[in-house]
Ligand binder design. Sequence first.
Ligand SMILES: Cc1cc2nc3c(=O)[nH]c(=O)nc-3n(C[C@H](O)[C@H](O)[C@H](O)COP(=O)(O)OP(=O)(O)OC[C@H]3O[C@@H](n4cnc5c(N)ncnc54)[C@H](O)[C@@H]3O)c2cc1C
Ligand code: SF4
Length: 495
Amino acid sequence: MADPKGFMSTPRQEWPRRPVDERVRDWNEVYVPGALLPIISKQADRCMDCGIPFCHHACPLGNLIPEWNGLVARGDWRAASDRLHATNNFPEFTGRLCPAPCEAGCVLAINQPAVTIKNVECAVADRAWEDGYVAPCPPERLSDRTVAVIGSGPTGLAAAQQLTRAGHTVVVYERDDRIGGLMRYGIPDFKMAKHHLDRRLEQMEAEGTRFRASTVVGRDIGADELRARYDAVVIATGATAWRELDVPGRELAGVHQAMEYLPPANRVCAGDLEVSPLSAAGRHVVIVGGGDTGADCLGTAVREGAASVTQLDIYAMPGTERDDETEPWPTYPKIYRLSAAHEEAATLWTAPAADADARLFGASTLRLTGDGSGHVRELHLVEVDARRRPLPGTDRTLPADLVLLALGFSGPDRRDGLIDQLGIELTPGGTIARDAHFATNVPGVFAAGDAARGQSLIVWAIAEGRAVAAAVDRYLMGSSELPAPVGPYDRPMKV
Ligand SMILES: Cc1cc2nc3c(=O)[nH]c(=O)nc-3n(C[C@H](O)[C@H](O)[C@H](O)COP(=O)(O)OP(=O)(O)OC[C@H]3O[C@@H](n4cnc5c(N)ncnc54)[C@H](O)[C@@H]3O)c2cc1C
Ligand code: SF4
């Protein structure tokens, strides 16, 4: 705390976004480049360095937030980077993508706007790269133990980096043609540019982690071979089995899952495709599902030049203030949030029959109807109450040439055969069952991230990757000095 009264004298100021009409014409990140560093030291100085830092406990990684806030306020960027990397392998990912439960737990947020913790984290991470503080950290000696990590999302990458640094020989298998999991194919470039991912992968390769892309474990390499070749296996395959919309007309052409729609848009940005085969250009788009995946579809459809976009959310519109009865501080509240994509929709369009930011709350899809060629043209919906009971007389129809389903994910994809070949037990909910040490029912096989936890967040994925690495290291060596966030790993996700 350079200024003990900073929280009284400095108002909260966030990293500004670029003007809507400028940013929807490209795929670059939505923030104004270079506008964060000039404001961030004063923002970090709003931190009160509380006796009990609830923000630190609210962060699944246990990030040492007040410590790096103080270091940034005093301009000691190198020490801030060291403290940040002590708990987070990839702070430039969370600094851009995390919903920041830490800020909901900030003591200042009891009666004032919270410290911009996520922005401070991003500034420390970006500055660390710019100033050359991020260097490969290869192990001093090798352990002679081998580990296969299946899946290269944030869970697999965090686990692999920790285990490589502990001296083990780690190979990461990925079925996609590029490494990165949902951060590569799923999360749009305007939320996080892929060069942040690429330079981390270069760091990891320089440390000794080996990557095998375009390799489906269960098909290209069998489970028996994997177990014979490696001393331990970490399953970090994500929760990619999507939920379906069970209504008449689902089979019509032009109805796609969000995760069929988003990856080709990533590939356009990567230069693999000229135009996405599912491009929303000129089409009336309806997104079924009110979550963040739906918002990513919205921002993508806006940039592709859709004629209109409407996002349906079955839940009622949340309030703008925390409900102290049901969601008291420092929990993460369900409140109305305007993401960058919703801000774009609100500025550019009045969507057909939707609210100002393109969202229709309390809306349930009844059926889809098409034209003579079997292509979807209309979506029929009805408004529902909090118990999802239809409200009489509220039926309506939206034009819909492209319907995107963003209804969440149920658990790991079993089609590759990996889970069955290994004989892995699942929970009743369909995720991989594991004990408190991340071990599955098969000796030497561990599970972490969305595959075991269920659909979650980048910050939880990194936390699980670090924790499973410590568990695997202990399994291989009898003890471990790898740090691990404390969880809880067994509770359903709140954020
Ligand atoms: C569209 C979208 C946007 C999101 N946006 C955000 C956000 O802004 N912020 C946030 O915090 N979270 C976000 N999330 C959630 C976040 O991306 C996930 O929680 C996180 O990526 C989970 O990490 P993971 O490593 O466990 O799994 P994943 O990232 O899903 O990675 C698993 C990897 O395993 C690979 N794989 C699967 N089976 C095999 C096999 N048999 N052999 C080889 N490889 C295999 C898959 O191809 C995949 O690359 C988003 C999710 C989606 C779908
Ligand atoms: S990782 Fe997320 S919760 Fe943790 S400090 Fe960063 S923004 Fe906050």
